[in-house]
Design a protein around this ligand. Structure first.
Ligand code: CAA
Length: 698
């Protein structure tokens, strides 16, 4: 039988001395149960037949195996386990080769290096991305990669999860050669070459890893200093260290630490992040007809406008940048130039493409220059009347069908839209600073926004390689509205007894890259000060005021990093606490009759996170966010929320609604106005349901 279907994912084809095994499991040929079983049967069958002189494994579709099937994680494992299967492949009496195209990741690369020769097809990228899932390679990657590449490179691959291009993979012996052609044709040729001796085969398990204790010790020390809160990175070092011994022993160490990592909440959080990132734009609003995005206008050359322009330019979209005055325009062009230089030094843009990218920028002092653009993004300061004037003007200038977007972080898109004659073309596109780096884009739907305008917002996010999240109009949309609420908790903690540094340290230990006071200093304390003043008139008289300390800091002209002082003092070295702030805090406490009390780090995290969850629950309850996972993605991609916690509402599920309600009711005894149980949370506590259930229902 020349061709034989082993199961729905695996096919054998026999051609003389050559046997081909095709893996076909769209979309990314993940190593699901049927693939594992089918491959095991195919290898066993061909060995039992004993007629083929070589077996070549290749994949149908867009890529070689992109790894284990992540959807199976967390469920009871079903045999054959991938490491056992790969050992069987390696033990095959008939030489096996793999033909790798697209992205050979995780278990896919591990399959490749368990076979006896590997041919990469031009454009191939290989990698061990398990670390991004809270895991480490679990099917021989920590054992066979160091045998081929040496320990330092193996550590780099496992810890960075980066994709390695074909050329580098060849240099590091991860593949044996690079060919051009379809996987099928390359497989036939490479198999013939194995038979003729033109392509050598070898067993990775017979190669010894060159010991490198220094690399292991240095890496362990670095991880202890920088990633103490994570589980998997430390286990990578443990497993790679075991690769200098016999393969079977090393594989046993790897299996043990892989299974341990699989049990951690960090793994669950990171896999929630992986699927959330994809699910967030998998909604009807993101699909359907779109409008062109061939030329974009950006109004405002400040930090936001320049960052947005940079992001568009980096994605190959020509930009018209508009400012009212020459100095502003020059500042904008300079910022964009610096941003692009930064992209070159970070390896995001090649040096020879920099000038061509900058040449796509057309600065102008005339709004009329926006007459032929497809989309205008207004990024001037947050004042409703200024924005209304701009949109009124745009209405008269822009071509029919052009999309008019505001980058407002708080303001009512409907009010802005109503001052045009085309409110269906108006949308909110809320970028996060620095806009060419941060991946979040809140896509704010106005009451009259046309469906194709909304879908174009998602198309823009995709083009800019950002994560587009649908939000409805409210003060602050999803992210800033929640921030406005829980940010007060940080201030209350300081008023009641903690120091800003203790709050920052506790939250950094929880996993945030920076505590809230450091973030405030970085963003500029004047922004919050202006907002507090803007809202002073409408503030609920029963609300406990949270801004006393920050107001006093700002009154001194200390706006954070940009003025050299804020909660911290920024001189040459690492920031140090601003001692004058401690005095301000004492004075404010005395003026308000507060006797300071002690908070443990755990209490700080609990209060802060509970406040975040409370407002996040309300945002889901009133439909500002479509699903809990949308809130989670906003925080992961826009607010530095620790990825291994999955997002505020994934984290909420790890606490449970019953416990959260209990906590809120306890805190409410101190401040019943601020601490109120959202109806949704109360209902979830009563029904024993979770935010994950709501994600499934949506
Ligand atoms: N398992 C299950 N589903 C997967 C998957 C995997 N390993 N990788 C991707 N998918 C799914 C995605 O969820 C997505 O599904 P929907 O269309 O339903 O949203 C679909 O495949 C396409 O994925 P992308 O949208 O991401 O497509 P892309 O072309 O932009 O990227 C990719 C393709 C580079 C392979 C990317 O999907 C990716 O990085 N996948 C993860 C790879 C990975 O982490 N592999 C390691 C797995 S763990 C492992 O292998 C452990 C071990 O050692 C045994």
């Amino acid at each position: 039988m020349p061709t034989e279907k082993i199961n729905e994912n695996i096919m054998i084809e026999r051609k003389g001395d050559i046997a081909l095994i095709c893996i076909d499991n769209p979309p990314v040929n993940a190593f699901g149960l049927a693939v594992r079983k089918g491959l095991q049967d195919a290898i066993a069958k061909l060995n039992a037949e004993g007629t083929a002189k070589v077996i070549a494994i290749y994949c149908a579709g867009r890529t070689f195996v992109a790894g284990a099937d992540i959807k199976e994680f967390g469920k009871p494992p079903q045999p054959p386990a991938l490491p056992d299967l790969l050992n069987e492949v390696e033990a095959s009496a008939i030489p096996v080769l793999s033909i790798m195209h697209g992205t050979a990741l995780g278990g896919g690369l591990e399959l490749g290096i368990a076979t006896h020769a590997r041919v990469g097809i031009e454009g191939l990228r290989v990698g061990l991305p398990e670390i991004h899932l809270g895991l480490l390679p679990g099917a021989g990657g920590t054992q066979r990669v160091p045998r081929l590449t040496g320990i330092p490179f193996a550590l780099d691959m496992c810890l960075s999860g980066r994709q390695v291009g074909a050329k580098e993979a060849l240099e590091k012996r991860l593949i044996d050669r690079i060919d051009a052609g379809t996987p099928y044709d390359v497989a036939l040729q490479a198999a013939a070459d194995v038979i003729s001796g033109d392509l050598q085969t070898r067993h990775t398990d017979q190669i010894d890893t060159t010991p490198d204790d220094k690399a292991l010790e240095d890496t362990a020390a670095m991880l202890k200093a920088k990633q103490a809160h994570l589980f998997a990175p430390h286990k990578v070092v443990e497993a790679v260290a075991a690769s200098t011994g016999p393969l079977t022993e090393g594989l046993a160490v790897e299996r043990k630490v892989f299974m341990d990592a699989m049990q951690t909440p960090q793994r669950a959080g990171m896999i929630h992040a992986f699927f959330g990132e994809r699910a967030v734009s998998n909604i009807p609003e993101a699909k359907g007809d779109t409008r062109p995005l061939d030329k974009i206008g950006v109004i405002g050359g400040g930090t936001m406008g320049s960052g947005i322009a940079t992001s568009c330019l980096l994605s190959g979209i020509p930009v018209r940048l508009i400012e009212v005055a020459v100095e502003g325009l020059e500042r904008g062009v300079n910022t964009i130039t610096k941003n692009l230089d930064g992209a070159v030094s970070r390896g995001k843009l090649s040096a020879d493409k920099r000038d061509a990218t900058l040449a796509m920028l057309e600065p102008s002092l005339e709004m009329e220059a926006l007459a032929d653009v497809d989309l205008v993004i207004e990024a001037v300061f947050e004042q409703m009347d200024v924005k209304k004037d701009i949109f009124g003007e745009l209405d008269g200038i822009c071509k029919k069908g052009a999309i008019l977007a505001s980058n407002t972080s708080y303001l009512d898109i409907n009010e802005i839209a109503d001052c045009t004659s085309r409110s269906e073309d108006v949308i909110g596109l809320h970028f996060f600073s620095p806009a060419h780096v941060m991946r979040l884009l809140e896509i704010v739907q106005g009451a009259k926004t046309a469906p194709d305008v909304l879908a174009t917002g998602f198309a823009l996010a995709k083009k800019l390689k950002k994560v587009g999240v649908l939000a409805q109009v409210c003060d602050g949309f999803i992210g800033n509205r929640i921030l406005a609420h829980y940010g007060k908790t940080a201030s209350y903690l300081v008023l009641d007894g903690a120091s800003p540094q203790q709050v920052d340290n506790a939250l950094e230990r929880f996993g945030f890259a920076m505590g809230p006071h450091k973030v405030g200093d970085l963003a500029g304390l004047d922004i919050g000060w202006m907002t507090r003043k803007r809202k002073a008139e409408t503030r609920d008289p029963n609300e406990r005021y949270a801004g006393d300390v920050a107001d006093r800091i700002c009154e001194n002209g200390w706006f954070g990093r940009k003025t050299g002082k804020g909660y911290y003092v920024y001189d040459a070295g690492a920031p140090v606490p601003n001692e004058a702030v401690a005095t301000i805090i004492d004075e404010v406490r005395a003026a308000n009759g507060i006797t300071p009390r002690q908070f443990t780090d755990e209490e700080i995290v609990d209060r802060y996170m509970t406040a975040m969850i409370v407002e996040a629950a309300r945002v889901v309850e009133d439909g500002t966010a479509k699903r809990p996972l949308d809130v989670d993605m906003v925080f992961l991609f826009g607010y530095g929320f620790p990825r291994h916690r999955g997002g505020p509402l994934h984290y909420a599920d790890t606490i449970g609604a019953v416990e959260l309600v209990k906590r809120i009711e306890t805190y409410a005894k101190e401040d019943p106005n601020y601490w109120q149980v959202p109806d949704l949370l109360r209902k979830m506590a009563a029904d024993a349901t979770s935010f994950a259930d709501l994600n499934k229902e949506a």
